[in-house]
Design a protein around this ligand. Structure first.
Ligand code: ANZ
Ligand code: ZN
Length: 865
């Protein structure tokens, strides 16, 4: 032990090590031809501040990156900014700051805060999606997809503010009203740009099967979102119609009288149909509304309620009889009435259903309300009948009341019904998807301009590649509602690239999910002239470990998977799946504190006391008593955040890094507590004391040397497995135990302790990298622990040198003894016979030993009589 132990001072050590890394360009990606590993955390939106909640995500990525580097991989670990989007425009509107200035200022601030954390990021690859160098490349591939037919225009629905005369983003609609005008927002159809994600619906589902390093729940969420369903399209001919619907002229199509197309997943229940129901905005409903004021009123009333599936699910079932009857496809003599109903979505299937009240709850509710017949056609196996009261029977069973389907199981009947429909031309088997094409148009300024020009003569014209990027103009104002690009005096007026005539630019910008759908590919060569340098992408993709919040389980990940496929098909990439491994982390939560007037108070301004188990809080600055509130996700609005700078100043970044990973498994939330960080900080000191006290020339006790060596290899194994399996908390628990072992073995020799401490420095390096470097230097190493190889586990060294041998008497286990591995059989025999349990047993049975068989290191068999 050294004579005068020094205290570890993170405030000097951490900047010292960070300066060393910076000077050595230590985190610039090495590409030496070794196996590669790409670690990526979902890049942040630059809202302004990083807190320890965000930090946990990046620290996890850093643990992986440093571990893989130590294992000898060439590691890519970049960082950038998802920088377009509404908050920048809101800041501009509220505070008169330009979105660009606001965004880049925030980026500068957040970059500085992230750097405090000592993350092994390759900052030389940094970019923001609002850099023209980035979004210009996005425009280039957007046009490539346009040429390939994956981009198209059609009418889409937008939120329209009738007072401000502008389109509103979803987040600008508050309780159905415009955020600024307070006017009731209307739905409007507007010509917009769409990406044909539905072309890939099946492939996106198929691909999920290959993602064996994704959480099962995320794969399920994606599958449900795509929503593949197998069923049938059924056509129903008119039997009766109101006179005002024009009769069909011979041989010509007549949209008011064409057979009504219905989509069903239950063609087996066709004989139970008692009505058809159309969506309120189905073309036929609208045609009838033109002649029937009551139907027109119904349509209008439906337009006022929400159109989301959840809204519709909640609303009371309402309908109106349209005065039409259609023929049953399996029994032309039978006809059923056609209604319009509010629970039928115009955007799913064909916007029309047949109602089978016996076996569908919504249909049953509707039938009971409007007194329509209920004809059950499925009964549970073995049952005579099925009673339908207020609950539909949706279970399995056999078909009855159904002519040629009688006696078949539900599945058999589906197949048979489809075969009959196809044979008679009244329908066909169909697969449909819930997934819709991706509407990417936003009527906003702070986004990637869509590189299109509209010409009166030529129509839609691409901006030629040599005129990219189409750069956002800076001279815009936000004092008037609406899209500044629309009212900009010059920006949108250009010569048509094709004919030279006066033309206008597209003023819609792209959904920011487009920006984040390919950034991981751009990181592989962020300055490439092409959108993607294929060689670099082939070298680094797929991302081996992607880490981020589960809130992105559906849209971001689905869009990224789609764009990766689209770009691969365009020859720009070779992979189909961008993220081979995905980890969704838990959050950092923190207690909240409020004053009597309801104001939130920052933890730094709170003094906590605990009197006989009763906790109370006082505001330091005012002396006021505070209410201790719920434990919530760290967020600015609750003021319950802890900033990296605070941690650096109080306990050091390493303690903060260690703590956010130590207290619960990475996929779960962790509660930030002052006590927790202090504990981590004490551990940092304890580790330093071990290094500080190291004396390489110390003589030692050989027994302790052997024991320490064994414990070292046990620790290597356990920590490696913890890191590898994303169980960082258990890896840290092992490190705590290993440190305790090192303290217990203070009589080990200098060389044994060197070996143990060398392993310790490398094992803690992913978690507390600054401390690890300091310790490494203290051992006399000249290089950086960052570049030291991960310690290799040697199973022979870790093997326990004692074995437990069961003792059997006449084939039954009656006890056990612990012996040194490889012990002499006569010694084992003597020990077994002397075993008190064995002796007591023999005595109780009145038996004595006839024979002893020792299987070395395995078992002792005794034959007694
Ligand atoms: C008749 C039937 C009988 C149905 C029965 C269900 C049970 P999934 O599985 O989600 O694809 N449906 C079809 N189009 C609809 C629309 N535009 N709006 C509301 N509902 C619609 O659901 C398919 C089922 O949802 C279809 O099968 C149809 O009702 C209804 F015992 O047809 B079914
Ligand atoms: Zn033109």
């Amino acid at each position: 032990m050294s004579a005068s132990p020094t205290r570890y001072d993170p405030k000097t050590a951490e900047p010292r090590q960070q300066a060393r890394w910076t000077e050595a360009n230590a985190f610039v990606t090495r590409d030496t031809g070794r196996p590669k590993y790409y670690v990526l955390e979902m890049f942040p939106y630059p809202s302004g501040n990083i807190h320890m909640g965000h930090a946990r995500n990046y620290v996890m990525g850093d643990v992986v990156a440093r571990h893989k580097r130590a294992q000898g991989y060439d590691v890519l670990h970049p960082m950038g900014w998802d920088a377009f989007g509404m908050p920048a425009e809101n800041a501009a509107m509220e505070r008169g700051i330009h979105p660009k200035g606001w965004t880049y200022d925030n980026i500068a601030q957040m970059r500085a805060q992230l750097k405090l954390l000592g993350l092994s990021l390759d900052w030389s690859r940094e970019f923001a999606t609002c850099d023209p160098e980035y979004y210009g490349k996005q425009q280039a591939w957007f046009l490539e997809l346009y040429r390939r037919g994956l981009v198209y225009r059609k009418d889409g629905t937008v939120n329209w503010d009738p007072v401000d005369n502008t389109v509103l983003a979803n987040e600008q609609v508050i309780d159905g009203r415009g955020w600024r005008s307070g006017a009731l927002v209307e739905k409007r159809k507007l010509n917009q740009w769409f990406l044909r994600i539905t072309d890939y619906a099946d492939d996106l589902i198929e691909g999920l099967k290959t993602l064996d390093r994704w959480p099962e729940k995320v794969r399920l969420m994606q599958e449900n979102w795509i929503g593949k369903s197998r069923g049938a399209t059924v056509w129903w001919d008119f039997a009766e119609a109101p006179a005002f619907l024009p009769a069909s002229p011979e041989g010509e199509p007549n949209h008011a009288r064409d057979p009504i197309e219905v989509y069903t997943t239950r063609p087996d229940t066709l004989f139970g149909a008692s009505f058809l129901a159309l969506a309120p905005d189905h073309p036929l409903t609208k045609a009838i509304a033109e002649n029937r004021p009551d139907v027109a009123d119904f349509v209008k009333a439906c337009a006022q309620t929400g159109t989301s599936e959840a809204d519709i699910e909640k609303a009371e079932k309402l309908g109106i009889d349209l005065g039409i009857r259609v023929r049953h496809p399996f029994d032309p003599a039978r006809s059923v009435p056609v209604w319009a109903a509010n629970f039928v979505l115009s955007t799913y299937g064909s916007g029309a259903i047949f109602g089978c009240p016996g076996h569908d709850q919504r249909d049953l509710d509707f039938a009971r309300k409007y007194d329509l017949p209920v004809v059950p056609v499925v009964r549970p196996d073995g049952a005579e009948d099925v009673e339908i009261g207020t609950e539909a029977y949706v279970g399995p069973g056999r078909i009855f009341n159904s002519d040629f389907l009688d006696g078949l199981s539900v599945e058999e009947a589906k197949a048979e019904a489809i075969a009959r429909l196809e044979a008679s031309d009244y329908g066909k088997g169909t697969t449909i998807y819930r997934l819709r094409d991706w509407g990417v148009s936003r009527q906003r300024y702070w986004g990637c301009p869509i590189p299109i020009v509209h010409c009166a003569a030529c129509g839609v014209v691409e901006v030629p590649t040599d005129q990219l990027p189409v750069v956002l103009p800076d001279d815009v104002t936000f004092d008037v509602p609406g899209n500044p690009l629309d009212r900009h005096p010059t920006w949108k007026h250009v010569a048509c690239p094709s004919c030279g005539a006066d033309a206008t630019r597209e003023t819609d910008t792209l959904d920011t999910f487009v920006d984040s759908s390919w950034y991981f590919a751009r990181f592989t060569d962020p300055t490439a002239a092409e959108p993607i340098n294929k060689d670099a992408a082939d070298r680094w993709l797929a991302v081996d470990q992607y880490i981020g919040g589960v809130e992105h389980a559906v849209l971001h990940l689905l869009y990224a998977r789609f764009i990766t496929r689209a770009l691969s098909d365009a020859g720009m990439l070779s992979v189909k799946e961008p993220f081979a491994g995905l980890f969704t982390q838990g959050m950092v939560v923190h207690e909240t504190y409020r004053r009597a007037d309801g104001a939130w108070v920052e933890p730094t301004d709170v003094d906590l006391t605990n009197t006989a188990g009763v906790r109370s809080a006082r505001q330091v600055s005012t002396g006021e008593t505070l209410v201790i509130g719920d434990i919530e996700k760290m967020s600015k609005s609750r003021k319950n955040v802890v900033a990296p700078q605070e941690i650096l100043d109080s306990h050091g970044v390493d303690a903060g890094r260690l703590f956010v990973l130590s207290d619960s498994p990475p996929e779960r939330d962790v509660q930030w507590t002052p006590g927790g960080v202090e504990g981590a900080s004490r551990f940092v000191q304890r580790v330093w004391t071990l290094f500080d006290g190291f004396d390489g020339s110390a003589a030692g006790d050989p027994a302790q040397d052997a024991a320490l060596l064994k414990e070292t290899h046990k620790a290597i194994k356990a920590v490696s497995e913890g890191v590898e399996g994303f169980r960082f908390n258990s890896a840290i628990a092992k490190l705590y135990a290993f440190v305790a072992t090192l303290r217990d073995h203070d009589a080990a020799s200098g060389s044994a302790r060197r070996e143990a401490l060398s392993a310790l420095a490398r094992l803690i390096a992913p978690f507390t990298p600054h401390l690890a470097e300091e310790g490494w230097s203290r051992l006399g190493e000249t290089g950086m622990v960052l570049d030291a190889p991960w310690p290799v586990f040697d199973p022979t060294l870790a093997a326990d040198d004692e074995v437990v041998l069961p003792i059997q008497i006449n084939g039954k286990r009656r006890g056990e003894i612990t012996m040194p591995r490889g012990a002499d059989p006569t010694a084992v025999e003597a020990e077994a016979l002397a075993n008190p349990g064995v002796r007591a047993y023999l005595e109780s049975q009145g038996q004595s030993i006839r024979k002893v068989i020792v299987v070395p290191d395995r078992i002792v068999n005794l034959v007694a009589a």
